[in-house]
Design a protein around this ligand. Structure first.
Ligand code: ZN
Length: 360
């Protein structure tokens, strides 16, 4: 089965966690197990060989760089210019992975179709040497020094953009913040629409979510989002938000971060075993969205498995990202047929992209 993961932070892991993602997960864990600077040291779940082993042939891969004002306690850069430079370093890492034959950029219908066909035709042996396709996305727009920078970003391959991340943002408030779009938000959305960059609604504050949908006439998805009805937090979408996304033809990526799967998770204290954080609980979120939609066509995988956590904060069945396919039998148990399951693992995102990008 060909799998698409709509949200991974590979370049952040490469440059800020110092992970050589060309290595097997076990080697990365062994190299860093003695470090205590990040909660997931020695427990990472993602690497390029693991993606290939799990048949994850296409991912949406981020650049990310936050700007923080003096009164903002979150980690981040002290100027947008530094954040921009950070994202340009991340781009350089993706380019280096392309030169090494590890990854390949997917930027339009032709490159998408050729890449998917190549993966689907490959034997198991051949697949071990194929590049992982990536669609470049920007998580949080703080690093765009001006709205004009999004033109440059589009020129180097940016195809999706979430204006917000955590806290206050230069373009839109994000998770754990509140309020409407900032003044440069609407001009950014207008530029994105003109450039046909996909709007990623994930992380937008409630108010900016609705405002962004009003301002933006282009294609919308939510790369990694679960349901507020099951785990109450503003990071999750309400049924009303999910219905609005479905009405816009969005795909919504099921996120594998434990605190978004089961309620009452306490970071650093809860364990997946004690909290019963299993893939079956994640299927509850997937099923909730499918029930709202009346079909299984609006859900995909947006695992975020390298988003600052590892096995200590993920579903118990997931040792590495090669385990994503373990979701399939659980979906079948809930009555999902083969075509639905195939859609959730890849078909829904591919159909979205083919609709959006049109003819090559
Ligand atoms: Zn995120």
């Amino acid at each position: 089965m060909f799998i698409v993961d709509a949200h991974l932070d590979l370049s952040m892991n490469a440059l800020e966690w110092n992970r050589d993602l060309r290595q097997p997960v076990e080697a990365i864990r062994a190299r860093e197990g003695h470090l205590g600077d990040k909660p997931d040291r020695g427990r990472g779940t993602v690497s390029l060989p693991a993606l290939r082993a799990g048949h994850v042939g296409l991912i949406v891969a981020t650049q990310i760089g936050r700007y923080v004002a003096p009164d903002n306690p979150l980690p981040g850069w002290h100027s947008p210019h530094q954040a921009w430079a950070q994202t340009q370093g991340q781009l350089a890492w993706y380019r280096a992975m392309e030169e090494a034959g590890e990854m390949t950029a997917i930027v339009d219908r032709a490159s998408l179709d050729a890449h998917v066909a190549r993966w689907q035709a490959a034997t198991a042996d051949e697949r071990a040497d194929l590049p992982v396709g990536y669609i470049l996305s920007l998580e949080g727009a703080d690093s765009l020094v001006t709205v004009e920078h999004v033109e440059r970003a589009h020129a180097y391959g940016l195809r999706a953009l979430g204006p917000a991340h955590y806290g206050p943002g230069r373009y839109a408030p994000g998770t754990e913040a509140a309020g409407p779009l900032e003044p440069p938000g609407p001009p950014l959305l207008a530029a994105m629409e003109r450039l046909r960059i996909i709007l990623d609604a994930t992380h937008l504050s409630d108010e900016s979510f609705w405002e962004a949908l009003d301002h933006f006439g282009g294609a919308v998805w939510a790369s990694h989002n679960n349901c507020r009805a099951l785990v109450p937090h503003m990071r999750q979408f309400t049924d009303e938000q999910l219905r609005a996304l479905i009405a816009r033809g969005a795909v919504i990526g099921a996120a594998f971060d434990a605190w978004m799967i089961v309620p009452n998770w306490v970071r650093g204290r809860s364990t997946p075993e004690a909290m019963d954080c299993t893939l079956a609980r994640l299927v509850d979120h997937i099923d909730h969205i499918c029930q709202l939609a009346g079909s299984a066509r609006h859900v995909c995988i947006g695992s975020d498995l390298d988003g600052g956590f590892g096995t200590e904060q993920g579903p118990v069945e997931i040792d590495t990202i090669a385990d994503l396919a373990k979701l399939a039998p659980l979906l079948a148990d809930r009555g999902y047929g083969d075509a639905d399951i195939e859609g959730i693992f890849s078909g829904n995102v591919l159909a979205f992209l083919r609709r959006h990008w049109g003819d090559a």
